[in-house]
Design a binder for this molecule. Sequence first.
Ligand code: NAD
Length: 261
Amino acid sequence: MFLKGKTALITGSTSGIGLGYARALAAEGANVMINGFGGAAEIQGHVEELIRTSNAGALYSPADMTKPEEIRAMVADCTAKLGTPDILINNAGIQHVSPVDTFPEDKWDAIIAIILSSAFHTTKAVVPAMKEKGWGRIINTGSMHSLVASPFKSAYNAAKHGIAGLTKTIALEVARDGITVNNICPGYVWTSLVENQIPDTMKARGLTRDQVINDVLLAAQPQKQFVQVEQLASLAVYLCSDAAGAITGANLSMDGGWTAQ
Ligand code: NAD
């Protein structure tokens, strides 16, 4: 329980990887504010589970990551009720799969806002208190698409490459303040984000569901299996430890070998 007394704010944590991070940090005793969309009863269930696990505080913020004023209100709410965020994980994300010539403008704007701009707004809001305390951990969920591209994902790849640049920049700015900033770059993880892009990928590439899973999603993942949420969560916990204090500004791949090729 080495995170007892620390507070973590995790965007996009009502499901998938973000919920995995929340569970793992709560298991180390952290107060956790989760965020994202979903059914009220299910989210309340997650909050209660986190409180039981951590024996500390947990709260939910419904802030929409496309809205800067809601992002600032989320940080203020976390600060007032759980404490200033010592750990910030920028994880919210959506996907849209389409060739660029038919890529909808509203999807481009939403993806850039949720993945990239929201991380700027949260980071800007939490850094002053981290500097004052002389300790902080900022972890971004990038992707193998922070490092390499795949076709038909122009907005997502642009946003994920952007988050890699944001990571390096903030890491340099706060390098002397006890704050580390890193970008975890997962390969394919089996979550709703992946499930939801199967129909569009079937359409964009003219493939069956099984072909999309084996010939597209796992085609370039040499281990031929999905990365597990728990494996990513363990990396996030490690990054919060003193042992990881010298890791900053890094893109940390956990992608089954995707970017080794
Ligand atoms: P997910 O759909 O399970 O989780 C996405 C989370 O973001 C949910 O909590 C959702 O409610 C939230 N969210 C979406 N729009 C939001 C908004 N406007 N405001 C606030 N929250 C919002 O998917 P996931 O796979 O767990 O994705 C989490 C992160 O991991 C994303 O950034 C994604 O790009 C990244 N990632 C996923 C994979 C993968 O294969 N699943 C691979 C690499 C990177």
